[in-house]
Design a protein around this ligand. Sequence first.
Ligand SMILES: CC(C)(COP(=O)(O)OP(=O)(O)OC[C@H]1O[C@@H](n2cnc3c(N)ncnc32)[C@H](O)[C@@H]1OP(=O)(O)O)[C@@H](O)C(=O)NCCC(=O)NCCS
Length: 169
Amino acid sequence: MDRITVEPMVVADIPAAHEIERLSFSTPWPAQAFHDELTTNGLAHYVVARRKDRVVGFAGAWLMVDEAHITTFSVHPDHRRRGVGRRLLLALIDRAQALGAVRMTLEVRPSNRAARALYREYGFNDQGRRPGYYTDDGEDALVMTTPALDDPGFQDLLGSVRHRLEASA
Ligand SMILES: CC(C)(COP(=O)(O)OP(=O)(O)OC[C@H]1O[C@@H](n2cnc3c(N)ncnc32)[C@H](O)[C@@H]1OP(=O)(O)O)[C@@H](O)C(=O)NCCC(=O)NCCS
């Protein structure tokens, strides 16, 4: 398998990230939103995954006080099920912890089995529901949250994910 690297997103990555966003979501962010996130939002932290210099996925979070909230996360449809999502999520958690986040949270569609399975693998638990959260079809959002990032059990879990990813790189 070609090596996947995960790095901070830069402005030059926006067209590729926007294309992945467009292929992944029914109400994609406009490219300008990525630009604003990277250039004016001091709370925002975005990473991209590259395979052979091509952007194949991205993820982002806002660090609000001590909580990192995942804002968007997607992998190009041609590159799914090959561990890109796992690597992006691990990089985002590492970054959040380095920035002082105590825990991470996100919203996900109950119907999004792929993302929910991945989040559960990383220790995210169902925390609540926001009724009618998604404006395109009125689907509820599930709120999922990690345990405390410095919890020894959570660190063990991350360690085993990291070990598996390194073994498969
Ligand atoms: C969710 C998403 C980011 C996962 O990316 P990915 O690169 O395919 O994920 P990985 O290859 O690292 O998969 C990790 C695990 O997640 C789960 N998973 C991923 N895709 C799945 C699917 N289609 N069905 C069931 N489980 C799935 C599996 O447990 C998988 O492990 P496995 O392949 O060993 O069985 C990707 O499906 C995507 O971009 N979806 C559209 C955008 C989206 O829904 N984003 C999340 C918004 S909250």
